[in-house]
Design a protein around this ligand. Structure first.
Ligand SMILES: *[C@@H]1O[C@H](CO)[C@@H](O)[C@H](O)[C@H]1NC(C)=O
Ligand SMILES: *[C@@H]1O[C@H](CO)[C@@H](O)[C@H](O)[C@H]1NC(C)=O
Ligand SMILES: *[C@@H]1O[C@H](CO)[C@@H](O)[C@H](O)[C@H]1NC(C)=O
Length: 638
């Protein structure tokens, strides 16, 4: 058993176990009396300077027991202390009563001796201290021997908790090639034990896995790199295992561990590198512009933006303009495309250099030159049997419309551009020459007139000629021959319409009674020019004259002022129209000019026919008969 301390009215006697390694403070209120009982290896010292004064002037009230200590996790019920009143003479007249937190349940007091004992094991992490009250009652008088006193039982920590890591899982990324000492992550653990008591919650971090690349600061849990050049292209991920231990890392302590996944992020520390120094491709000579000829690939150990590159072709050579190279944004390959049509017969082989350059250059890691690489390309053109090619893309010929059958128009020529140079046969596409107006010599492409032409019927013959190879694949192609039929003066000019001129009675000499014009189906190059004249020219007509207006029109003019129906109702006037062709052609039409009793404005409502009937004084039947004759007569003239 432990020591007995007498404190005025109360005495607390503590078991050895509870006294060991603990601090017990008694206070007395009022009057700040402090008592420390320090126990070291069973030796106790007491400081109670003021306490001794109060021993003689005992206060009836106010003892407060500050702390009793009890170790946690002790499964054996045991006495942890004893309360004793000064007036207790050992005759059991005093009854001790305990109340407050855990009284009767966790703690009990021996009502005769005042011994306080535990009833069960305690857990500091569940409840760190208990506040209790003690009473001493005289069994006879039932009066309190001492004032009720409050005290605290403190549960003393033992290292019964394992440190736990927070915020798991830990994931971190750092750039490859970063300098030694770069912070990677901080791991943090907590320990439920009393951080104020001993080393139960004093944590130390250490590295279990991840050396020599990483190290951890023992107190902070900060993980830093400890290796100078970590290369992502060699290893991308590290699993760093960190252990935390309480008891300042002593082997007796508890420990736990966590894993930090560390990924290295890419930096541009690799340039593009072609795997071959020569790439060979074959492309057909008839490949369309834009056709993919092939793909080349420069390897780059980096990823993402650091692996991006642009390809180019040597631009000082003429041949490289036949091709272009583009970067495939997905695969980062260089795609070679045809930029110009090829011709096997002209050029069969292209040799050029290609270059790949990283888009994002970072001279921290490599020199400028290391961000580029070159290779050689050889592109062979493959021969393809090609259709014949006409020497001219289009032919345009002219032929006079009176050209005789057999007249040679011209000659079309097509060649097989292939090395074998197959002979060619020519034919006319029948759909383009439905009238079969032309012939072509199948062997030499000479086209001739096969039928009389008429410009006034068809002025253009657009004929399709097909050229076909006589051997191999019988490939063919075609060309259009535009044949323009040239005019010759083979049509007579005629008056533009069937004129019905009349002259009003009272018309003055010199007045125009009719304007004439003419038409001609021919199409002279310099345009039409018609000449109008009287027939016969040498006879002077006393009644009318024709004036050529020099603009393809002519006017019939009255020569006297004395025309009356009574005198004569009709005059015949032959008019000759001549064109400007060589030789000139002409026609003569005889106009019938009626004399009319016109209305005041000079208008002849009947066109002269009624005037004739009235002046002749005949019946309607006769008039109709005359009309028929007149029509016949006019028809004969025209
Ligand atoms: C084309 O061949 C025909 C018939 O063999 C011949 O009459 C003609 O002169 C030739 N024309 C040319 C331009 O060779
Ligand atoms: C033939 O070609 C000429 C010139 O291109 C054109 O003016 C004409 O309309 C064409 N004729 C036919 C029937 O296609
Ligand atoms: C001119 O008029 C007169 C009188 O009407 C006629 O006799 C003569 O035949 C006319 N001459 C011609 C050429 O028409």
């Amino acid at each position: 058993m432990g020591s007995v301390e007498e404190m005025h009215g109360w005495t607390v006697k503590m078991s050895m176990q509870s006294v060991l390694a603990m601090v017990m403070v008694f206070s007395i209120i009022p009057g700040a009396v402090l008592s420390d009982i320090k126990s070291t290896q069973g030796v106790q010292t007491q400081q109670s300077a003021q306490g001794s004064t109060h021993r003689h002037h005992r206060l009836k009230r106010g003892w407060i027991w500050k702390e009793l200590l009890v170790p946690e996790e002790d499964p054996t019920p045991r006495v942890i202390g004893q309360l004793k009143s000064d007036s207790d003479r050992g005759d059991f007249t005093i009854r001790y009563i305990l109340s407050g937190e855990g009284a009767g349940d966790v703690f009990e007091i021996d009502e005769y001796s005042g011994e306080i004992r535990t009833l069960k094991k305690l857990d500091r992490e569940e409840k760190a201290f208990y506040t209790l009250q003690a009473q001493a009652i005289n069994r006879i008088s039932n009066e309190p021997e001492e004032p009720q006193s409050e005290f605290i039982i403190k549960v003393q920590d033992i290292n019964d908790n394992i440190p736990q890591f927070l915020n798991e899982p830990y994931v971190s990324s750092i750039p490859e090639m970063c300098p030694t000492g770069t912070t990677v992550a901080q791991v943090t653990a907590t320990d439920a034990d009393d951080p104020m008591f001993g080393n139960n919650a004093k944590l130390i971090y250490s590295i279990l896995q991840g050396e020599p690349y990483f190290s951890v600061e023992p107190k902070t849990g900060i993980i830093v790199t400890s290796w100078p050049k970590m290369d992502r292209e060699v290893r991308e991920q590290y699993l760093v295992v960190v252990e935390v231990k309480d008891m300042l890392g002593l082997s007796s302590g508890y420990s736990s561990s966590t894993t930090v996944t560390v990924s290295l992020t890419d930096v541009n520390d690799n340039g593009p590198t072609f795997q071959h120094n020569l790439y060979t491709f074959v492309v057909r000579e008839n490949a369309a512009v834009g056709t993919t000829v092939g793909r080349i690939m420069a390897e780059d150990g980096d990823v993402g933006i650091n692996a991006r590159m642009t390809y180019s072709l040597e631009d000082d050579l003429e041949e490289s303009s036949t091709f272009i190279i583009k970067t495939d944004p997905v695969t980062q390959e260089g795609v070679i495309l045809l930029a110009k049509p090829l011709d096997y017969e002209t050029k069969r082989r292209f040799v050029m250099a290609a270059e790949a350059v990283n888009d994002h250059i970072d001279t921290h890691f490599l020199s400028l030159e290391e961000f580029r690489d070159r290779t050689l390309l050889k592109i062979f053109v493959e021969d393809v049997d090609e259709p014949p090619v006409f020497l001219s893309p289009v032919y345009e010929w002219k032929v006079p419309e009176n050209a005789a059958v057999g007249t040679v128009l011209g000659c079309v020529t097509a060649r097989d551009t292939d090395i074998v140079n197959n002979p060619i046969r020519y034919t006319i596409d029948k759909k383009s020459d439905t009238t079969k107006a032309f012939k072509i010599d199948p062997n030499n492409g000479t086209m001739t007139v096969a039928k009389a032409l008429d410009r006034e019927t068809t002025n253009w013959h657009n004929v399709t000629i097909e050229a076909k190879e006589t051997a191999q694949n019988h490939l063919s192609s075609s060309v259009v021959v535009f044949i323009k039929v040239l005019d010759i003066n083979d049509n007579v000019p005629r008056l533009a319409r069937d004129y019905q001129p009349y002259i009003c009675e009272g018309t003055q000499a010199g007045e125009i009674i009719q304007l004439l014009s003419a038409v001609d189906p021919d199409d002279p190059v310099e345009g039409h020019h018609f000449y109008f004249s009287m027939v016969p020219e040498k006879h002077i007509n006393p009644n009318f004259t024709i004036r050529d207006n020099q603009d393809n029109t002519a006017s019939i003019i009255a020569r006297r002022s004395t025309f009356t129906r009574k005198d004569r109702t009709q005059y015949l006037l032959p008019v000759m129209v001549t064109d400007s062709g060589s030789p000139a052609l002409s026609s003569t039409s005889t106009l019938t000019i009626s004399v009319c009793k016109c209305q005041p404005a000079g208008h002849c409502p009947t066109g002269g026919v009624e005037a004739l009937a009235l002046s002749m004084g005949v019946s309607l039947q006769t008039l109709l008969g005359i009309l028929v004759c007149l029509v016949t007569f006019t028809d004969l003239l025209s």
